[in-house]
Design a protein around this ligand. Sequence first.
Ligand SMILES: Cc1ncc(COP(=O)(O)O)c(C=O)c1O
Length: 396
Amino acid sequence: MTSALLPTYVRAPLAFERGEGAWLVTEGGERYLDFGAGIAVNALGHAHPHLVGALTEQANRIWHTSNLFQIPGGERLGQRLVEATFADVVFFCNSGAEANEAAIKIARKYHAAGGHPERYRIVTFAGAFHGRTLATLAAGGQQKYIEGFGPKVEGFDQVAAGDFAALEAVIGPETAALMIEPIQGEGGVRVIPHGELRRLREICDAHGLLLIMDEVQTGVGRTGRLFAHEWSGVTPDIMSAAKGIGGGFPLGACLATREAARGMTAGTHGTTFGGNPLAMAVGNAVLDVVLADGFLDRVAHSGLLLKQKLAALRDRHPHVFEEIRGEGLMLGLKLAVPNTDFAAAARDAHLLVIPAGDNIVRLLPPLTIGEAEIDAAVQRLDAAAFGFEGVRGAAE
Ligand SMILES: Cc1ncc(COP(=O)(O)O)c(C=O)c1O
């Protein structure tokens, strides 16, 4: 039977009936180790009791009131995020793309409020991914996603990360901001060196630009810090977050300094569902766990352990694995074999990994992953890699 769903995804022939921590279980009872976590979404794994408790408790009280009324859970989550970051104010929405739309609007309005509405252009970096709305597609700059959808949204310029001459050349009197992922996720787990992030901050300060960090994939503990930019010592003016912040419940956030958000007065932005009581309850519950003493250190430790074991695996299969990239539990394996074939082989070994650009597979396990699960994942990667060694042997 043909599916009634718009065929915009190539879906694996697999459906899951339930999840438990790092495991997904099919209706037939087959267990898969989930090292994708819904593309870095299920930060605390599946069916985490604290999140289930918070959501069901809230579901029994109130789901939705609109943003025309106070939402105490949102006030609390906003305050906690402000206290834990560079930011002074938070806007809640429902997805990463929406968080980036808010970031773009805040940056443009900042200049308009300062008497410079002509400063609206945003510089982004090759390999970026910022979402699938028309503006965030233009920001990401990937032709294959933009084509066929009419004129590209105006106001985005792109340069290669690390090409500071090109960056200085593209910055002009209309430039409002730079926008960057501290580690490019979809682009292939490409870590932007801390020195480069510091230089971007200096360039922003020198030209009166705002620095926007897209931490939709890197944020909320993924790299072993609450937000990945913290490793570099650089603070943005505006930051988007989503994915892990809701632990699997749709939630996005745009954080900013009060100064950067100076133009955002009543009526300048909005969303029907953003910041609804259900999302706020889950967001607070995620923070309860992620901000608990020692949690982020354990993430960093698990990341190091996984990276070490992957290094040994690369030595065992140099014809399959070329390089290991990433920070914390956002790791990428650069492959010498096609990444989609490898992801399918890993799936056959009951391990879920996520392909990305630059022939990478991403390992994005729940942040709660334990050593036994790390070992099980590495064994399954080993089994998947052996399949390719066989193919290579036969071909030679
Ligand atoms: C860095 C980054 N920004 C933005 C997005 C878009 O998020 P969403 O799919 O929730 O709109 C993604 C999604 O993969 C992402 O990785």
